[in-house]
Design a protein around this ligand. Structure first.
Ligand code: IPM
Ligand code: MG
Length: 350
């Protein structure tokens, strides 16, 4: 029996994952679903954002669906116990090094973007973000006090050949099934890791994927090109930090952060981690107005990449498309539907 671990987390996380669960029980009744506390909610009850039991269960599941973590109430908690630390520890322990963040402009939403319709209409790009390395995990890190009383903060950006190669392979393979183009983004003009990134991607491309078009772009220019002409991109391959930034930017192109799912994948056969890109949105949490589509589409990605159900994944995605085409909208999209009603609209099209 396929198994899914739900980690609703904080803020709007529980509201949106509850809707994804409703849909999951409808489309795949045999799926065994377990739920565990995670993030700040877990810290408040058991003193850690990620318990060993939850981690063991995650590693033993076929897929993990996370809602959101974090919120202002945990800003004073020591870094190692913060909700975000639980998420980073989970990503690292699951070894999910390739983070797929699609930015798709649903036809019905082309006017919801802050960019002109003619710039975003038909947008379909995929960011492949390296997720378990780089400055998020590099050592040394910390803040020390200098003899003169000043403080000095350090983060370390570090990448090895293997780390760059394995995520690049995922990007090239994805491009082959799409429009066959990879844009690799780094800062090779100023960073050692950027220089290495460019060399390793170039060599891997030549060896294993010569048929895919490869383009290198400095990450700052990529940020600009994303708002200037986003449809020039097919697959964007980039490191952990640049991927964090560029994926928020790409999300906004599509009209709403509330729409975008993500998949984090590791070694073949290991469980994937699925997360909506939106955060915990504490300002609207608990009111039943959050957009459930990113969570629902994240579950669709789990069907596709971890649960061996690509056809079902397609059905869910088409049902979302049809609900939007019908005019179903949560508030972030200019509508009035609540979280459950929006899900009703999707279910009606399944
Ligand atoms: C994301 C988020 C996380 C990140 C935070 C919550 C740790 O911004 O998934 O993009 O920085 O990776
Ligand atoms: Mg982010």
């Amino acid at each position: 029996m396929p198994t899914l671990l739900l980690l609703p987390g904080d803020g709007i996380g529980p509201e949106v994952t509850a809707q994804a669960e409703r849909l999951a029980r409808r489309v795949l009744p045999e799926l065994v679903i377990e739920t565990r506390p995670f993030g700040g909610t877990s810290y408040d009850t058991i003193g850690t954002p990620l318990s060993e039991e939850t981690l063991a269960l995650a590693l033993a599941s076929d897929a993990v669906l996370m809602g959101a973590v974090g919120g202002p109430q945990w800003s004073g908690v020591p870094r190692a116990s913060r909700p975000e630390a639980g998420l980073l520890a989970l990503r690292s322990a699951m070894g999910v090094y390739a983070n797929l963040r699609p930015a798709l402009c649903f036809p019905a939403l082309a006017d919801a973007s802050t960019l002109k319709r003619e710039v975003v209409e038909g947008l379909d790009l995929m960011i492949v973000r390296e997720l378990t390395g780089g400055v998020y995990f590099g050592q040394p890190r910390g803040v020390e006090t200098l003899p003169d009383g000043q403080k000095r903060g350090v983060d370390t950006q570090v990448y090895t050949t293997l780390e760059i190669e394995r995520v690049s392979r995922v990007a090239f393979a994805l491009a082959e099934g799409r429009r066959n183009k990879v844009t690799s983004c780094e800062k090779s003009n100023v960073m050692e890791t950027g220089q290495l990134w460019r060399e390793v991607v170039t060599a891997l491309h030549r060896r294993e994927f010569p048929g895919v078009t490869l383009e290198h772009m400095l990450a700052d220019n990529a940020a600009m090109q994303l708002v200037k002409n986003p449809r020039q991109f097919d697959v964007i391959l980039t490191d952990n930090l640049f991927g964090d930034i560029l994926s928020d930017e790409a999300a906004q192109l599509t009209g709403s952060l509330g729409m975008l799912p993500s998949a984090a994948l590791g070694a073949p056969g290991s469980p994937g981690l699925y997360e909506p890109i939106h955060g915990s949105a504490p300002d609207i949490a608990g009111r039943g107005v959050a957009n459930p589509l990113a969570a629902i589409l994240s579950f669709a990605m789990a069907l596709q990449w971890s649960l061996g159900q690509p056809d079902l994944a397609g059905r869910v995605t088409r049902a979302v498309d049809a609900a939007l085409a019908d005019g179903a909208r949560t508030r972030d999209l200019g509508g009035t539907l609540g979280t459950a009603e929006m899900t009703d609209a999707v279910l009606a099209h399944l």
